[in-house]
Structure formats: C-alpha cells, structure tokens
Design a protein around this ligand. Structure first.
Ligand code: ACM
Length: 266
C-alpha cells in the first residue's frame, strides 16, 4: 500500500485557496492513502466563535466534503483531512476520511488543546476503525497523541495504520509517536502543518516534520520543519497484525489487564 502525507501551510480564512492548493498537490501524487493536517482549510487560530461559525461546515452536507469525495474518486485515493465541523449549535475539531468508493467517516477530536476548549466541544463518538482496501485504519487528531489510550484502543480494535492530522507547535509528539507505534506495533502517519499564524496578540509557529512510522518504531520518512511537501512510501500494513515484540513476547497476550483497572477511574 502506498501511503503518505501532504504537509501544508494554509492561510487563515482562505478556504477556497487552501483547498485549491491541497487539490493541486494531491493531483500530482499516486497513492492509496493520504493524510492532510488538522483544520487544514480554515487555519487554526480563530479569534472567536463568530469567526469559527463563518468557516465551519456541516458534515456531510458541506462543500469541502463533497469536493474531497469527488477528488478521492477521481484520484482513486483515500484522503484524511482535518476540518472545522458545525453540528447544530456545536463546533467540533473533526477529521474526515473519504474513499474512492464514496464513503465518508467522521471523527471528532476527543482531547482538545489549550484555547480549542473555548471554541469546540470535545468529541462525543467512540473511537472506531475503517476497513479500507482490506486494511484497518484508525483516526485521531493532534493532541490525542498524549493520551496513549487512544492509539491503544484503536490498535486493540485492529487498526493497522493510524492517520493523525495535526497542528503541532510543541516538539514532543514526533518522538512520542515512535513509542506509540512500537508499543502497539502499528503504523502511524502524523501530518503536521508549517508556518506561522499571527491573529490578535497571539502567534503560533507550526513545526512541520510530518512523518510515517512503522510497527518497529522506524521513522520511514520525515518532512522538513518549514515547507509544504508531500511524500509517499510503500508499506505492508499486514506487518501491524503481528503483535510479537520478541519470540516470547506478544504485546496483546502479555497484557495484565487484571492490574490495569485504575486507568478506568478518575
Ligand atoms: C493540537 O492539538 N493542535 C496541538
């Protein structure tokens, strides 16, 4: 399977131009599965809820989902992207996966980061996996990485590839994802954005460095920290079905769930 990332630098609020640029990049790539960053068509740093309301879309009825469903079909590729979702009076920091077969899957970020808490409602749907061309795909968004339960649950549900749209500003996730992949023996595609956003008195600098990691914790490919680029690598997703860490250690068989009850209490 050919999988990869499209690392972008969206311009805040320029949705049409951001979508056009992402489309032009995807049009040049041959891949089976591509992951774009979190909130990659709107930008990240909303000044307030009014601004978010103007840029967020209903899913599945919005034009962005329709555009990427068409593109997935035209290019015969599964596409995962982050999107600002409006649902009734709530907003979610969401990720969609669209497939060439016309399917749409929606994940709402469970763990909101900093001021996202003032704008978005945290996710209200269970983690799930998608059956895509015989491979199981799991979705999570950016700060979800710091809660190891997320990759663990997706992996226990059978995910072989974790698709991870991100807007990272801190330097920890890329290394942490090596451990997430190793301890669950899964692949992960973390796609980050680049560039700065300066809005009101706030400025954020996004650190790029998108990457694909294999179930042994190898970073198969890693992007620059400061410019847009797409990369595709060939992987064998079935490697993620083998949970043997050593001939004597199966990561699923060896779990001592009778000693883990505390993680289910606050
Ligand atoms: C993040 O969750 N955007 C850091």
């Amino acid at each position: 399977m050919r999988v990869g990332f499209v690392q972008l630098e969206p311009v805040f609020g320029q949705k049409d131009a951001n979508i056009k640029k992402a489309t032009q990049m995807i049009d040049k790539i041959d891949a089976d599965l591509l992951v774009l960053p979190e909130l990659c068509f709107t930008g990240y740093l909303f000044k307030d809820k009014d601004e978010l309301e103007n840029l967020a879309e209903k899913i599945p009825d919005g034009p962005t989902v329709e555009h990427f469903l068409n593109l997935a079909k035209k290019r015969n590729v599964g596409i995962v992207f982050g999107i600002a979702e409006r649902c009734e009076n709530n907003f979610y920091n969401s990720a969609c996966m669209v497939t060439p077969e016309g399917e749409l899957f929606l994940y709402r970020k469970l763990h909101l980061f900093m001021e996202e808490k003032d704008l978005f409602k945290s996710g209200d749907k269970k983690l799930f996996v998608i059956d895509f061309k015989g491979t199981k795909i799991g979705l999570m968004i950016c700060f979800d990485w710091i809660f190891p339960e997320v990759v663990r649950i997706l992996s226990l549900k059978g995910a072989q590839i974790i698709c991870h749209p991100s807007n990272l500003i801190l330097p920890y996730c890329q290394n942490a994802m090596v451990t997430r992949c190793l301890e669950n023996r899964v692949f992960a595609i973390t796609t980050n954005r680049t560039g700065k956003e300066r809005r009101n008195e706030k400025e954020l600098h996004f650190i790029g460095s998108s990457q694909v990691i294999d179930p042994s914790g190898n970073v198969i490919t890693k992007a620059s920290s400061d410019h847009e680029e797409a990369r595709v690598v060939k992987i064998d997703p079935d490697l993620a079905k083998d949970k043997k860490f050593t001939p004597q250690n199966d990561l699923w068989e060896d779990r001592r769930i009778d000693f883990y009850s505390e993680i289910l209490t606050k």
